[in-house]
Design a protein around this ligand. Sequence first.
Ligand code: NAP
Ligand code: GDD
Length: 335
Amino acid sequence: MRPKRALITGITGQDGSFLTELLLSKGYEVYGVIRRASTFNTDRIDHLYADPHEEGARLRLIYGDLADGSSLNKMIRTIEPDEIYNLGAQSHVRVSFDIPEYTAEVTGLGTIRLLEGIRETGLTPRFYQASSSELFGNTTEAPQNERTKFYPRSPYAAAKAYAYYMTVNYREAYGLYACNGILFNHESPRRGETFVTRKITRALANIKHGRQRELFLGNLEARRDWGYAGDYVEAMWLMMQQPEPDDYVIATGETHTVREFLDEAFGYAGLDWHEFVKKDPHYLRPAEVDRLQGDASKARERLGWKPRVGFKQLVKMMVDADMARVKQEIEGTGK
Ligand code: NAP
Ligand code: GDD
């Protein structure tokens, strides 16, 4: 019997790298979609990548794009994956206000291109859609669960809402095993550097090492339910192993302001953030999501999933990693 095959879009991103590690550890063959870029963009998965010509290589990277349906169709037909994880997206909420059309193209329509690719080939891979707590947006209900009404507040969230409903629709209309993981914010030392947690821990490490004096941020009062990415990719896999497909909220249940993240991170490093943080309206959003807090009871009961890493541990892990990285950079360059 051949090993299970997974096709992952967004493999070069934070979640793609953790999910690849998990699937390889479970004996999967992993096929990852990468975009052509003028500089290397595989840093997060380089440690997992074997020479594709090497016998037994279990991670293969293929050029493709969520905006290019024919490349996706060809991949599905030739790879014949058992599971498809659609993690690829223009994933930055603030940036989606600057490039709304592109965000809809990739984050919204990219999903339908994959779903149609599956339907057209007549194959029956299981399908995971990276849905988001941003769907809840301006909700007044707290905490949010699978039954909470959506109120998207950005082009990103609106594109994710389209992708969410198309995933449900293909499940109901064509009997596809398709699920939505409605994941609340999850972070790690591999988090993109323009998301607020990583922006803070990276700046903190630079400040501590005398390489930066100021940190410019937007809204410090926003509340997020921040978990650890390594825990959250386990939930993705669990959703794909159930007898029936379904949608699940994945969250810690705790909510903290950006200000509290600053307190925790700078406090841990023995610094007072008030001395370094400056407000910059550039980082405010035309419409903000003020408060997210998830209720993952369904995932806990049906998937047996629960987060292992708490808020303080997450902050510490990210600060430690950025401190070590900056130290290494300084030792490497002498600056
Ligand atoms: P990320 O680090 O920003 O990674 C996004 C990935 O999508 C990257 O691999 C990127 O490739 C790829 N991508 C972007 N445009 C693409 C295109 N046109 N075609 C193919 N691939 C494209 O995001 P993440 O934090 O890992 O999140 C993974 C997914 O979960 C995303 O869909 C995100 O919206 C969603 N989500 C994330 C969170 C969270 O808190 N992290 C919560 C809920 C949902 P490049 O490396 O080439 O840019
Ligand atoms: N990025 C950023 N940069 N955010 C800032 C800043 C700043 O300088 N200053 C304050 N914030 C606030 C934002 O206004 C927002 O309220 C909060 O910090 C979190 O912002 P991000 O870290 O950019 O994440 P996000 O919540 O908008 O979106 C992330 O989580 C979603 C799940 O809820 C992304 O990963 C999305 O892809 C994901 O769907």
